[in-house]
Design a protein around this ligand. Structure first.
Ligand code: SAH
Ligand code: SF4
Length: 382
């Protein structure tokens, strides 16, 4: 049984784990075997470590835990196979992850905090407010549970930190988690999405091995960005752009500029041209994310029509930017992490009715087909 005082071995960075185990376990190769069971296999019970002597397993189990978060809910897979997971943590907090199978690879979208203090006005996680930082074991747990459940070969796995929370406000735990993930996955196949926390970006720039960057730009000018992303008053757009231009990008890499499309607010062709000007010269592509509606969010916020999305994308392409659009439901549910938890926290009758009416919870899968095909077309435009 796990007790509150037991430390989770997944919370130690690789070198630290070696130190901790080295004081308890010998010979040295056993330490390596145990680390491999954890970091390469993601086991959640000491008994699974079949090449480790029983006494050593018992000794470890007395002092430590390797428990991973429990799944409390899984959505029915969407037509493209995407599935959202709701996990419960040791202190009862709830977080979400999303499994997204793609043609030649699979991505898992992880949460980094149980809430978010940034408070973007279009985001359900922001609406529910700040939560605590997730520990490395809680972030790795989401990864291993989803990877194992779908038996995805490690070489096909990609990871995106685009779930609940602001990863750069949980920097230390993020770095430990990355260093463990790197044992399975190359840095270029891991993406960290941020609302633009400048000191965090500067810390990230100093790392030897850096993940890909996705930046939530969401508005083409400072005024509107500050309106929908209050934190950007502290980290203004021009300073953010200067930080990004200094960011050491590995050869062949580019940044992703995420842009939530809100009908009548930031989705005009003029906005697209302003966005293209803003990012000109920066190796990047835009990921346009049609706003995902939710009863907890301001009622003026609407998803643009398909025609408006097309006009925006065309204007961006015309202005020289590269762009992909997240059209399929699976990608959308990933964009709107926090919505599933939001529903279990405060599930109003109105939100339930809206959800059934617009099909944002997909039960039949049929609603999806047309959009998935569009997604494919957009992918090819890259
Ligand atoms: N905090 C980080 C990562 C999590 S949010 C960040 O902000 O980048 C991941 C993405 O989901 C962000 O680009 C955000 O703009 C987008 N997003 C949040 N709420 C959304 C909604 N209701 N509809 C569409 N995209 C949303
Ligand atoms: Fe936090 Fe990202 Fe949501 Fe903004 S969009 S509130 S930074 S999780």
């Amino acid at each position: 049984m796990t007790n509150e005082l037991q430390q989770n071995l997944y919370d130690f960075a690789p070198a630290q784990l070696e130190q901790v185990l080295g004081g308890l376990v010998s010979p040295a190769f056993r330490v390596k075997q145990i680390a491999d069971w954890l970091h390469l296999r993601g086991v959640d019970s000491f008994d699974a470590m079949s090449n480790i002597p029983k006494e050593t397993r018992a000794l470890l189990a007395e002092r430590f835990t390797i428990a991973l978060p429990d799944v409390v809910e899984r959505t029915t897979p969407a037509a493209d196979g995407s599935q959202k997971y709701l996990f419960t943590l040791r202190d009862g907090q709830r977080i979400e992850s999303v499994y997204m199978p793609m043609r030649d690879r699979t991505s898992v979208c992880l949460s980094s905090q149980a809430g978010c203090a940034v408070g973007c006005t279009f985001c359900v996680t922001g609406f529910f407010g700040a939560g605590r930082n997730l520990t490395p074991s809680e972030m790795l747990g989401q990864f291993f549970v989803v990877q194992r459940e779908h038996a995805v070969p490690m070489e096909l796995m990609n990871v995106v930190f685009m779930g609940m929370g602001e990863p750069l406000l949980n920097f230390e735990h993020l770095v430990t988690t990355l260093n463990i993930l790197y044992r399975n996955i190359a840095p270029k196949r891991i993406t960290v999405s941020t609302s633009g926390i400048i000191p965090g970006l500067e810390d990230l720039a100093r790392l030897d091995r850096r993940p890909n960057l996705a930046i939530s730009i969401n508005a083409p000018d400072r005024e509107r960005r500050e309106e929908i992303m209050p934190i950007t008053k502290k980290y203004p757009l021009d300073e953010l752009m200067a930080t990004l231009r200094r960011f050491p990008l590995e050869k062949g890499r580019e940044m992703t500029m995420e842009y939530v499309l809100l009908a009548g607010y930031n989705d005009s062709p003029e906005d697209a041209r302003a966005l293209a000007r803003l990012i000109r010269g920066l190796p990047s592509k835009v990921n346009a994310i049609p706003f995902n509606e939710d009863a907890n969010l301001p009622s003026w916020m609407k998803r643009p029509t398909e025609a408006a999305i097309d006009r925006f994308v065309d204007a961006l392409v015309h202005a020289g930017a590269r762009v992909t659009v997240r059209r399929s439901k699976g990608r959308e549910i990933a964009a709107a992490c926090g919505q599933l938890r939001g529903k279990t926290v405060a599930r109003s009758k109105a939100s339930r009715e809206r959800e059934l009416a617009d099909g944002s919870v997909d039960r039949s899968g049929r609603v999806e087909t047309a959009r998935v095909q569009r997604d494919r077309i957009d992918d090819e435009r890259r």
